[in-house]
Design a binder for this molecule. Structure first.
Ligand code: FES
Length: 167
């Protein structure tokens, strides 16, 4: 016996309408259902990419050399201190005091998908998917990715540190 589809014959009749459809449109047609399901899936995806407290993704030029007055950032008075120092100019950038007279600039652009990471007590945390970095930008947990970019920093011995941030 052959299948009627294989022979090009008439396909079987669809099943009788459900009770909701028979009432005049209280049911959901297939197209409306798929459209609604797609919207739900997209909304879930967007939420995953910008979790509550999530940061914007940085795009644009990094901003070039950055001069920092240590007296403006009390957190940098002690070795191990860490602070965001860009003041909104160029890319989000942090400075960490690695020694009495040594510093390191650290990019705050997450290497996973480019969100701005936050300074936390012992390093950085990405609010979007949870990548964690040490104060010197080394990836240490959470979302697998690579370490943050770092920039050389020069201390004048008094109050000024110049970070060699790329343009
Ligand atoms: S953007 Fe995904 S962990 Fe930072």
């Amino acid at each position: 016996m052959q299948d009627s589809h294989a022979t090009g014959g008439t396909p079987p009749a669809p099943p009788a309408a459900c009770a909701a459809c028979a009432r005049g449109g209280a049911g959901v047609d297939r197209r409306a259902f798929l459209s609604a399901a797609t919207l739900v899936a997209v909304a879930a995806l967007l939420e995953a990419c910008s979790a509550p407290g999530g940061a914007a993704f940085f795009t644009g030029p990094l901003g070039g050399q950055l001069t920092v007055k240590l007296s403006s950032f009390p957190a940098l008075a002690a070795v191990g201190g860490l602070a965001r120092v860009d003041g909104g100019s160029g890319a989000p950038t942090a400075l960490v005091r690695t020694g009495a007279s040594t510093f390191l600039g650290v990019s705050m652009i997450c290497t996973h998908q480019g969100a701005t990471v936050n300074v936390v007590s012992n390093g950085f945390l990405c609010p979007n998917h949870g990548a964690e970095y040490t104060a010197t930008g080394v990836w240490r947990g959470g979302q697998p990715t690579t370490s943050l970019a770092t920039y050389g920093a020069t201390f004048d011995g008094v109050d000024t540190v110049t970070i060699a941030r790329p343009a």
